[in-house]
Write a protein that binds this ligand. Structure first.
Ligand code: GTP
Ligand code: MG
Length: 305
């Protein structure tokens, strides 16, 4: 699990549609203006984003001209290389843990329904397998069902969930979760937060409060703030991410539901337009359906036959 196969499999839809057509393009056509126009159109449809598409195609065209490339298949290789360097530049990879740190605090944020709670269950499972002693904090006290949902996932993952009553202060839950983690010698607290629209000022303030409570208890906490984006929302996810980035210091993206979309190209837009690394991708609804992001596997997976 968490291997490259899972990441590749989750790209089946993306590969089957737009990127499959791109492969077809390079297979059938000579290098001419039509090829570049069609390539641009397909990349934009795959949610690579207009700016990112234009700059990517420009770079490929430049190199093709400069290197005197005449075969379309060679041009496709250049496209892959440029895609890879776009992703490599932003350092997309799973977060590395500071082993000397006693307690790592991970805050998970995002809009309603993006996949936060499910992702947290997967992360708990993932880090537990790596030997971490994980505690989950149920700060989504807004919906009673949210607390129960996290408890159910906690049980499946075999980790403790710290929760208060519905309606309780989210800050108090974080405070408690950290205190109790320290008392029991846990090594990681993952904080589930309520879904919030990035445009809601009060709710964004609440996130800041959660962050500052964590920072007072643990040096430099939260150590990771993961923004969960729903891959099926494409370019919308980008605009959400911009807003979240402005309010809270997002350190990484988890792209959930990559298995459910043909628009996996959004990863390039995240990398280039946000400059926030993609840490993990969601590849299904189960607890093991989380893959570490790897740029090379991702790019290969877009095209592989
Ligand atoms: N196919 C697929 N479905 C996913 C993935 N991640 C989450 N989901 C589904 O998305 C839906 C919403 O997931 P939640 O984890 O409840 O989302 P949330 O962000 O916690 O939602 P709120 O707490 O209401 O804001 C559920 O039906 C999940 O099963 C994924 O990687 N792939
Ligand atoms: Mg939730």
């Amino acid at each position: 699990m968490f291997k490259s196969k899972q990441l590749r499999d989750s790209l089946a839809r993306t590969r089957g549609s737009f990127f499959g057509q791109i492969t077809g393009l390079f297979g059938a056509s000579d290098i001419n203006d039509d090829l570049w126009d069609d390539l641009e159109a397909l990349l934009i449809q795959a949610d690579v984003g207009v700016d990112t598409t234009l700059s990517l195609v420009e770079r490929v065209k430049d190199r093709v001209a400069r290197e005197g490339i005449v075969k379309a298949s060679d041009a496709q290789r250049v496209l892959k290389e440029e895609m890879l360097s776009l992703l490599a530049a932003d350092g997309s990879r799973p977060p590395s843990l500071d082993r000397k740190r006693l307690l790592t605090v991970v805050l998970v944020v995002g809009v309603n329904g993006s996949g936060k709670t499910t992702t947290i269950a997967k992360l708990a499972h993932y880090y537990r397998r790596q030997g971490q002693n994980v505690v989950l904090a149920a700060t989504d006290t807004f919906r009673a069902a949210a607390i129960d949902q996290l408890k159910v996932w906690g049980e499946r993952a075999g980790v403790t969930v710290i929760a208060h009553q519905p309606g309780a202060d989210p800050g108090a839950v974080v405070f408690d979760a950290i205190k109790s983690s320290q008392a029991r010698g846990a090594t990681m607290v993952i904080v589930d937060t309520a879904g919030r629209l990035h445009t809601k000022y009060n709710l964004m303030k609440e996130l800041e409060k959660i962050r500052s409570i964590a920072a007072k208890q643990v040096h430099e906490a939260p150590h990771e703030t993961l923004l969960v984006l729903d891959a099926t929302t494409g370019q919308n996810a980008i605009s959400q991410a911009r807003h979240f980035k402005k309010s809270v210091d997002v350190t990484g993206v988890v792209l959930a539901k990559l298995d459910g979309t043909a628009k996996g190209g959004v990863v390039f837009a995240i990398a280039r337009e946000l400059g926030v690394p993609v840490r993990f991708v969601g590849t299904g609804e189960g607890i093991e359906d989380l893959a570490e992001f790897d740029a090379e596997t991702f790019v290969e997976g877009l095209f592989a036959g």
